[in-house]
Design a protein around this ligand. Structure first.
Ligand code: GDP
Ligand code: MG
Length: 398
């Protein structure tokens, strides 16, 4: 339906997650098929079309992403499916297509596998809060096996801090549904899944009440007036003549919002979710760096010190083979659009002196440059461009 968009219609971003070959692409195709059968304005997208996803350059990295659009009675969906495991990881870490909710596929023939865990973990780190589970390949599994896989999946969700008890779990077969089979695990299972998605994943709402925050994607100078920074307002409302701070990379600069532009038109205010250009009075362009942000004056601070939870990826998840020592580990930390060298000082439980791959721990983070980070903000740590740890800020330290 992506070609027939009514802009006022609510939209929800979803995607298929799960271990390779568990049926993500088959299910994506089946969803469009089932919907297209009933709603002639929606288009069926075949397996081959999805699996030949075009290469996209997102945030400087190459990712294969298929964007599929469809519509239910409740709302419109933008659905992402990535052909390769590495593409999923890159998509989630870079936030290239942020998901409001996700469909976690677990094939009954395999149960929970390493990539099931890894996708779930990364989804958690990037703030995906809602999941619906589809236990796939029910056409070739016994009832008891389906139930065991459900128990295992619910436990996994609970382990990661999700509501594993109440999350909807649907048994079905993407392959039967794609073939138009009308038995229990065919088309009806996909309809059940769509109902669960409609009801369990809320339509995202914008935060208009918190203090104004604008991460900077781009900047250009307006001679004689200052610098325009461009980005999408993350939260709050920006008003003309508002006092603001420009934060990041050791800088905390006072400024004033002297003009706001939306689609090249000057406006007096703009709200969360809007892509804006804001003119910062008296700021020279050479002071702006991608990864800085503009916020309401005194509403945020930048710090070099944070406390965080980190999870060290195991080698089967593409992480390190060797454990991490408690102090002195230095590698670049990536968050939103920036990266800065950081040092970790692990707060290991008593009786342990190393963090093993596959384990998590509380740690102190020291950033080489002071950066504004919020509680709940996710980041990754990479060695030679490979993700070895994911983490989340739990405390801002002075
Ligand atoms: P992906 O890697 O997760 O995208 O998995 P695919 O959608 O490419 O599916 C992998 C393989 O599993 C393909 O051969 C599919 O035909 C098969 N498959 C997918 N869904 C089902 C199902 O419900 N039942 C059975 N028996 N096979 C399935
Ligand atoms: Mg696939």
């Amino acid at each position: 339906c992506s070609n027939k968009v009514k802009t006022e219609e609510p939209i929800c971003n979803v995607g298929t997650l799960g271990h390779v070959d568990h049926g993500k692409t088959t299910l994506t195709a089946a969803i469009t098929k089932v919907i297209a059968e009933e709603d002639k304005t929606c288009e069926y997208v075949s397996y081959d079309q999805i699996d030949k996803a075009p290469e996209e350059k997102a945030r400087g990295i190459t990712i294969n992403i298929a964007h599929v659009g469809y519509r239910t009675k409740a709302r419109r969906y933008a659905h992402t499916d990535c052909p390769g495991h590495a593409d999923f990881i890159k998509n989630m870490i870079s936030g290239a297509s942020q998901m409001d909710g996700a469909i976690l596929l677990v094939a009954a023939t395999d149960g929970v596998m390493p990539q099931t865990r890894e996708h779930l973990l990364l989804a958690k780190q990037v703030g995906v809060k809602y999941f619906v589970v589809f236990i796939n390949k029910a056409d070739v599994a016994d009832q008891e096996v389906l139930e065991l896989v459900e128990i295992e999946t619910r436990e996994l969700l609970c382990d990661f801090g999700f509501d594993g008890i109440n999350i909807p779990v649907i048994y079905g077969s993407a392959l039967l549904a794609l073939r138009g089979d009308t038995s229990e695990y065919g088309v009806p299972s996909v309809k059940k899944l769509l109902d669960a998605i409609d009801t369990y994943i809320p339509t995202p709402t914008r935060d208009y009440t918190s203090p104004f925050l604008l991460p900077i994607d781009n900047a250009f100078s307006v001679p004689g007036r200052g610098t325009v920074v461009v980005g999408t307002i993350k939260r709050g409302i920006v008003k003309k003549n508002m006092d603001a701070n420009l934060l990041g990379f050791d800088e905390s600069i006072n400024t004033t919002i002297s003009d706001i532009h939306i689609f090249k038109k000057s406006v007096t205010e703009a709200v969360a979710g809007e892509n804006v250009g804001v003119l910062l009075r008296g700021i020279k362009i050479d002071r702006i760096r991608k990864g800085m942000l503009v916020c309401k004056a005194k509403s945020m601070m930048a710090s070099n010190h944070y406390e965080a939870q980190i999870y060290l990826l195991s080698s089967s998840e593409g992480g390190r083979h060797r454990p991490m020592r408690p102090t002195g580990y230095c590698q670049p930390l990536y968050s939103t659009t920036w990266n800065v060298l950081c040092r970790l000082d692990l707060m290991l439980p008593e009786g342990t002196n190393m963090l093993m791959p596959g384990e998590h721990v509380t740690t102190k983070l020291t950033l080489l440059r002071s950066m504004p980070m919020m509680e709940g903000q996710s980041f990754t740590i990479r060695e030679n461009k490979c993700t070895v740890a994911t983490g989340m800020v739990t405390k801002i330290l002075p």
